[in-house]
Design a protein around this ligand. Structure first.
Ligand code: SAM
Ligand code: SF4
Length: 323
């Protein structure tokens, strides 16, 4: 359906847990509080929301978290959502720590894509930034996902003084594996300080200096706002997701469902519609709550609006919202 600004909203990110087996410093710092399982939507509730949302034109679902694979039965949920009439695409975002063991099942389900988060190629840095993760596990998952033929992308957050020197290594990884690597600008949500991130304007300039043959790739690569570049004769691409330095709200196509059942029309605001109450009613009542939330989606994010004190800025952790 269209929101009040005429944007077509057909994509819903569904966070199925706020829990995670890692502690990425900008997302879920050590010691953060967890929500009790009784406050989390059940799989039946999530599938029901997807069904009703599909009747309003949501056709693409991203399963996210926290870490989706720490919740028992995650693949069963993916299978159930794949079976919902009107849902054309189901993808998942994961840190890749345990993904390898699910690849065959995901292939069997017919998952449409897997995004794997990886901020560094250096084992020690990886353990540092993720608060204890083991890079070998994620690298094996990436190799296994690529081998399986499932569309695989790597998401990388570049940070000043931490991993900015790995920009070219990540680009080379994309060309070597023949997959997309996307550089995501740090957003000021929860524990994150956007000041630690790197502007994608700088990223693009450096990439163009290194590879002058890099050219814009206008082919559609997915659901997101990433702008893609490729090199002639190379399979893999470079995606830039520039929420801060390349505001794309005009083309935004998404809403977010938190694990606690809030439908968030925009990442930057703490506001949203509580679907818990609506879930107690009929499907028509649930549909109306979703329709209203989508229709009233804000015109633009407020990340760069530093003057306005009335803004309901999002202070929850990214792990609680789903990124
Ligand atoms: N655990 C899964 C993972 O790491 O892919 C899914 C959830 S995680 C919240 C989803 C994505 O959000 C990750 O790629 C992560 O790097 C990104 N993310 C977390 N905090 C962010 C921030 N402040 N700005 C931009 N992206 C962020
Ligand atoms: Fe966990 Fe993903 Fe957040 Fe890292 S980015 S703490 S892996 S939810």
């Amino acid at each position: 359906m269209k929101d009040r600004y005429g944007r077509t909203i057909d994509y819903m990110r569904v966070s199925i847990t706020d829990r995670c087996d890692l502690r990425c410093r900008y997302c879920m710092p050590e010691g953060c509080e967890k929500v009790s399982m009784s406050q989390i939507l059940t799989y039946e509730e999530i599938v029901r929301i997807c069904k009703v949302a599909s009747e309003l034109g949501i056709s693409r679902i991203k399963i996210t978290g926290g870490e989706p694979f720490v919740r028992l039965g995650c693949t069963d949920l993916i299978r159930s959502i794949k079976a919902v009439e009107g849902i054309e695409e189901v993808t998942v975002t994961t840190n890749g720590q345990t993904l390898e063991r699910y690849i065959d099942e995901l292939k069997d389900i017919g998952i449409d894509g897997i995004n794997i988060s990886l901020d560094t190629l250096d084992p020690e840095r990886y353990t540092y930034i993720t608060g204890g993760g083991e890079i070998e596990k994620t690298m094996k998952s990436i190799e296994s996902a690529v081998r399986s033929g499932i569309r695989t992308k790597i998401n990388c957050l570049l940070q000043k003084g931490f991993n900015e020197d790995e920009l070219f290594s990540f680009a080379e990884l994309a060309f070597r594996l023949g997959i997309d690597v996307r550089f995501i600008e740090m957003m000021p949500v929860g524990a994150a300080d956007a000041g630690t991130g790197i502007s994608n304007t700088v990223v693009l300039r450096k990439l163009m200096e290194k590879w002058p043959d890099l050219e814009p790739d206008r082919n559609v690569h997915g659901n997101g706002p990433a702008v893609y570049y490729k090199r002639p004769g190379k399979e893999g691409g470079i995606g830039l997701i520039s929420a801060i330095h390349g505001k794309f709200c005009e083309y935004c196509n998404r809403v977010r469902l938190t694990s606690q059942g809030q439908l968030k029309p925009c990442l930057s605001f703490d506001t949203g519609t509580d679907l818990i109450t609506a879930l107690k009613g009929t499907d028509d009542e649930l549909k109306e709550a979703i329709r209203k939330a989508i229709y009233e989606k804000p015109k633009a994010h407020s990340f760069t609006d530093t003057e306005n004190n009335d803004i309901h800025a999002e202070h929850r952790l990214m792990s609680q919202i789903g990124g």
